[in-house]
Design a protein around this ligand. Structure first.
Ligand code: COA
Ligand code: MG
Length: 303
């Protein structure tokens, strides 16, 4: 069997900002921010007694959203088997966001139940699913959870790491450089890629520490993440920068694509580029990077 995954279409997910749905000022502010995706949060950032109010505010807010902005609008719901989760799913059907982010996923069925619910409610083409990776059980079942992205209409298309919950449950220390978390983070990246999913690194809580954030963004990029979940507008620029396409990398990608297009290299699977071997796979990789650079330029024009 061919196990090479088919990737979902390329989407910009450099900066994924969480906005508490109960915070009217943050909701209002979010429309003008330069992030690639917004997660409107109904879960942990909203007190139990504020859930209903937050849901209502979110439904109103969605009526004002510019759906042609190219930015993704995601709703993080409460656990779907609880009373708030069921009501959140009703709000989702009203809002029709680009995706629903599922909290505290532990096993494949947690994803499949919501995928089936959306299909049964007639939202066949409707919201995709994103899954939080924030429980120890999720890490143990990661491959099977990620694999749900190939079934049920491919609704699952992104994993988002949640280290605050994971550290709370496991006791893994919060140390700069994340030495004991890196092995787990890499596991999430590999599981996502094996099933063709995007993967977003966890939030950085200290939003006044710009240097610390920049270092963690670079680290996430080096591990293979597509972007970072954020908690504050001041964090957007660092994530866009770290997960963007530096000019030198774009120039390199252009050179690789040009080398394979050159007449003298026609029909070659491997090429000598100024003393370095480049293979067809590097040209594919370069093409994807250039497509990402195009998306970033389009986004800038819309801003
Ligand atoms: N989205 C949009 N706007 C935000 C924002 C966010 N996540 N966080 C802060 N802002 C706004 C504030 O409303 C404020 O706007 P104003 O000047 O119009 O009032 C401005 O940015 C500056 O905010 P600041 O005073 O620096 O921070 P704060 O004390 O208002 O908020 C937090 C700090 C941490 C409480 C807030 O950033 C937050 O709630 N973040 C998201 C938390 C979350 O989603 N958690 C769940 C996922 S881990
Ligand atoms: Mg959480």
């Amino acid at each position: 069997m061919n196990r090479i995954p088919r990737h979902h279409p390329l989407r910009l997910r450099r900066s994924v900002l969480s906005v508490p749905a109960a915070n009217a000022r943050a909701l209002a502010k979010s429309a003008a921010l330069d992030c690639d995706a917004i997660i409107f949060d109904l879960e942990d950032s909203v007190l139990p007694e504020k859930k209903a109010e937050a849901r209502a505010a979110l439904v109103d807010h969605f009526k004002t959203l510019d759906r042609a902005s190219g930015r993704e609008h995601v709703i993080r719901i409460n656990p779907p088997d609880g009373p708030d989760g069921a009501l959140d799913l009703e709000a989702v059907l009203d809002c029709m966001p680009d995706a629903v982010l599922l909290p505290k996923v532990c096993e494949p069925q947690d994803v499949l139940t919501v995928a089936d619910h959306l299909s049964e409610a007639g939202a066949e083409e409707g919201p995709r699913l994103w899954a939080m990776v924030e429980t120890a059980a999720c890490l143990l079942n990661l491959a099977a959870i990620a694999e749900t992205g190939r079934t049920h209409g491919g609704r699952l298309d992104c994993l988002v790491v949640g280290l605050n919950d994971l550290r709370k449950e496991t006791g893994i220390a919060d140390i700069p450089g994340r030495p004991f978390l890196v092995p787990l983070l890499l596991q999430v990246v590999v599981a996502a890629r094996a099933s063709g999913l995007d993967v977003i690194d966890s939030v950085f809580n200290d939003f006044s520490d710009t240097e610390g954030l920049e270092a963690e963004c670079r680290q996430g990029r080096h591990m293979g993440f597509d972007g970072k979940m954020l908690i504050h507008p001041a964090q957007i620029a660092a994530a866009n920068e770290a997960y963007g396409v530096p000019e030198a990398e774009a120039a390199e990608a252009l050179a690789i694509v040009a080398a394979f297009a050159a007449p003298e290299n026609a029909g070659k699977a491997v090429v000598n580029l100024a003393g370095r071997m480049v293979e067809k796979l590097h040209a594919d990789q370069a093409g994807r990077l250039l497509a990402k650079a195009d998306l970033i330029n389009e986004r800038k024009k819309k801003a």
